[in-house]
Design a protein around this ligand. Structure first.
Ligand code: FAD
Length: 454
């Protein structure tokens, strides 16, 4: 009886424990992907993410074909689709790699129980995080809410396992299995086609992901700790969408980085880079324990924050990159065009929206969710709440990023502003939509109310 490998956020053939388990079982394999836009609580992916998914599934499908199998595509609520496919093909086993969102875990647990009751062998694996979120506990047996002790705690755990080799052959079933045509899912934008910048910037899929990891480690890692904050970039890995979609596993990134660690400045860079991977772990740790992180303040005293009535025109001005503040506009346009934004600029643009415009972080989080190719159900809300001051290990409330100071420090040669908002380098640069000093004061007054209330 065939095995089903249910692909989710792990669109790869290397270091894929679910696929490995199916290969070990030595029966024909059905590789399945389910587009689930129906299950309660599963967050619908945003526009840029849909574009990425289309490319990554295309690539995975081609690679499975080369190895003797096909990718079966189905749409609907996973809790119904999966048992239906099991029955159709008479599968004896189902394997998947774990996901960590609240609604997703419930669906998976329900499926495990149901399929096992029907006599199907079901197993799930750790593949997309280095540390299962429930295994990292404080001395008083609680989850962590602060990064540094979390990072120290994971260092004491067993080192991440080495990655598993690539699946060279994936034997398929001889009978044909019904599959949707990927184009019928309409993941790509049509009218208007806004994805030109994404096509120019990215090539989704595992081969390009591996190539980028190699290039980063060979050419850029040494510069990471010195230049990672420079807005114009070049020194960071650009691996975030690869990790988001699981074209690479964190185990691959972890071990290959250690192999390139070297000494001196290089080793410092490698350490700094790996600690960013631990931030990703921490964001998922927090999200696992607070699954409603995208909608609910992690610090509940923030529920009393005196947000003024939403000024939609201000929100749109920010979204369109027309705020009159050079770095903010450059960042928002980079986001729209490429589907990513430099990490520090993400902080500056988020701080501007929340603190200078006093717009609830959830509106900004939703816009990023729709525009980012790396939009991640943990990292995005976690970092938005970090900037807002409502989150775990959050920025102190009195920290209002000054976009001009940030620009002087991290874009001193105007490379970034020239690329994305060149009008600021002319004789008549645009005027800021609000006074930065006055709005900063207004934000601090609003924050003081929460602090005293909380
Ligand atoms: P590198 O500097 O090369 O870092 C390596 C990897 O570490 C990244 O690919 C990423 O997986 C992880 N990482 C780095 N910084 C963080 C961080 N602060 N939190 C969690 N993981 C981190 N990252 C996402 O992957 N998805 C998101 O939706 C997302 N939304 C964000 C929203 C805001 C408001 C902010 C301030 C940050 C957000 N980040 C998000 C974190 C960070 O900006 C990106 O991971 C980073 O810019 C990706 O570029 P890189 O791959 O070149 O990073």
């Amino acid at each position: 009886s065939p095995s089903i490998v249910w692909f989710r956020d792990d669109l790869r053939l290397t270091d894929n424990p679910a696929l490995r388990a199916a290969l070990d079982r030595d029966e024909p394999i059905i590789a399945l992907y389910v587009l689930d836009e129906e299950s309660d609580g599963v967050r619908a992916i945003g526009g840029a993410a849909r574009w990425w998914l289309h490319g990554s599934l295309t690539s995975l499908g081609e690679r499975l074909e080369e190895r003797g199998s096909t990718l079966v595509l189905r749409r609907g609520a996973a809790s119904e689709v999966l048992p239906a496919v099991v029955e159709e093909v008479g599968a004896g086993a189902v394997f998947w790699n774990r996901r960590y969102g609240g609604a997703e875990r419930e669906i998976d647990a329900g499926l495990k129980e149901k399929l096992r009751d029907e006599g199907v062998d079901v197993a799930s694996f750790a593949a997309n995080l280095l540390y299962e979120p429930w295994t990292v506990r404080t001395q008083s047996d609680k989850p962590y809410g602060v990064y540094s002790p979390f990072a120290r705690a994971v260092q004491k755990l067993a080192a991440p396992r080495p990655p598993m080799p690539e699946a060279r052959k994936v034997p398929g079933v001889s009978a044909s299995v019904d599959s949707d045509d990927l184009s019928s899912w309409s993941l790509l934008p049509s009218k208007p086609d806004w994805a030109g910048g994404l096509r120019e910037t990215w090539e989704p899929g595992e081969p390009a992901a591996k190539a980028r990891l190699k290039e980063f480690l060979d050419d850029d890692l040494g510069d990471y700790s010195t230049y990672r904050d420079e807005f114009a970039g070049g020194a960071t890995s650009n691996l975030s969408p690869r990790l988001r979609w699981g074209e690479l596993s964190p185990y691959q990134v972890w071990h290959e980085t250690l192999e390139h660690k070297g000494s001196g400045e290089h080793a410092k860079s490698a350490g700094g880079f790996l600690s960013e991977l631990v931030w990703r772990e921490f964001a998922w740790h927090v999200t696992f324990h607070s699954p409603d992180i995208a909608t609910v303040n992690w610090r509940r005293n923030f529920d009393d924050f005196p947000w003024p009535k939403l000024n939609r025109s201000h929100l749109e001005t920010w979204q369109q990159g027309k705020t009159g503040v050079a770095v903010v506009d450059a960042g928002m346009r980079q986001l729209w065009h490429t589907g990513v934004m430099h990490n520090r600029v993400r902080m500056v643009t988020a701080s501007f929206l929340i603190k200078n415009l006093l717009i609830d972080w959830r509106h900004g989080e939703q816009w990023f969710w729709d525009c980012l190719v790396d939009a991640d159900a943990a990292s995005n809300p976690f970092n938005w709440q970090w900037v807002a001051g409502s989150g775990a290990d959050a920025a102190p409330y009195f920290r209002v990023f000054n976009p001009e100071t940030q620009r002087k420090k991290f874009d001193s040669h105007d490379q970034y502003v020239r690329a994305w908002a060149p009008e600021y380098l002319g004789d008549n640069p645009p005027e800021p939509m609000v006074d930065l000093g006055e709005t900063r004061k207004r934000a601090l007054d609003a924050y003081a109310q929460v602090r005293h209330g909380g």
